[in-house]
Ligand binder design. Sequence first.
Ligand SMILES: Cc1cc2nc3c(=O)[nH]c(=O)nc-3n(C[C@H](O)[C@H](O)[C@H](O)COP(=O)(O)OP(=O)(O)OC[C@H]3O[C@@H](n4cnc5c(N)ncnc54)[C@H](O)[C@@H]3O)c2cc1C
Length: 427
Amino acid sequence: MRNLTDLVIVGAGPAGLMAAKTAAEMGLKVTVIEKKKEISKIRRACCAQFVMDNGYENEFLQIQDGKIMFTRNNFSVPYTGRLVNVKNSFYYSPSGHKIHIAHSDGRPLAIKFDKGQLLQNIMEECEKLGVEFRTETLAYGGTDLGNSVKLELKSKEKTSTIEAKKLIIAEGVNAKLTDIFGLNNGRSLFGTPFVLLYTIEKTCDFEPESWIQYYGSVYHPFAEIIVGPTLEGTDTIELTIMGNKNILPETFFENIIKNSPLKNNFKHSQIIDKKGCSLKSYSSLRKPYLGNVISIGDSAAHIEVIVQGAIMCGYHAAKAVYEELNERNGFEQYTSWWNDAFDFNRTEFNNFISLYGSLAMRPKYTDAELDYMFSLLQGKTLCGIFSQFETPKIVWRSILEHKEQIQSEQPVLFDKISKLYSLNLSA
Ligand SMILES: Cc1cc2nc3c(=O)[nH]c(=O)nc-3n(C[C@H](O)[C@H](O)[C@H](O)COP(=O)(O)OP(=O)(O)OC[C@H]3O[C@@H](n4cnc5c(N)ncnc54)[C@H](O)[C@@H]3O)c2cc1C
């Protein structure tokens, strides 16, 4: 065989960089292809919070001494950036009733981090290990040749190819190569949401260290809006607004800051940054490999992998490649880990969208219904969990502890919940 690179990785996000670092540590010759000029410059919306739930993605993160420690998977990555604790999660109804989620001992539910700095830290480790980076280079096609993989590249209008023994696709959520290499067969496309993330300074009266979701048509006709902390101080927040290609998220912005119940919080505010993205929301790949190619991180699922999950994917995928190159079933082992570690791959989540559709508060419930349901939990603090999979279930269970009261006071609402709520009223 010709003198091929062992591994080519497309995408220098958290998944691709971690795969490169781990593979290079094991002595493999690695090339990373990245379309951006500066790897650590974040261009796409990301709230960049680590989920600190014990057991989330079968992991329990600890952050100390300049390291993010993956205590169950038994590895760490360097991180020298700033951190902000997120200790509360609030759900607000249209007229201001709130549901509060927190740990009783004040531990953070999540920790906000600087994603650009994290990528920079991992990239520097890669460079020390001799990983080759080809930036401003788009991988746009390729073929699995059996004994190797050939990729087609474009850089500053020039085309070229690279051949390697194995390919890791870590292109992120809108991955095209996953399809080109034949891995998307049978995968469902649930939708293409558009998201805008505004960073806004000089706001006032938002609870600090909190992740706050506002529900109701006074804010948005079909989704919640989210206010989260930034690394810049308590008067600077991130506002996340969802939309789709027919109704772009920015359509709602003026109303939120000028007419909604939050208008006074934004009275003197200024936008300092705005990042957007459209996301192809595919069902996850239960078998993320074919031949010499494996797809990891968001390329094999959707943004629910999140940064810590993408890093774990990179770590395990590099080990899998090493095993494969030594004639063992590394990709099969990776697949078992992948299916076990992520909620959205488990049977309960088979029909992810219909499960979450049934738990959704908007647009199914009117403002008056939301006010009534949230008022039932006013003044209570629910147990501390941040997982986007578990929190809606906990909120619904807590509301439904009042089901006799709902049935007698709001029979129409009770019938509606009975029809819409998939886990049924005895859950
Ligand atoms: C609105 C929003 C909020 C989020 N909030 C959080 C959060 O709070 N916490 C959290 O942990 N995660 C969050 N995420 C999710 C997180 O951003 C992703 O799960 C994570 O970045 C996935 O990492 P990845 O390496 O798989 O892909 P990405 O981070 O998407 O990296 C892919 C890389 O591949 C490059 N690339 C793509 N195609 C090509 C190509 N053909 N050739 C060359 N290069 C290519 C891209 O430029 C990019 O650098 C959020 C995402 C969104 C959209």
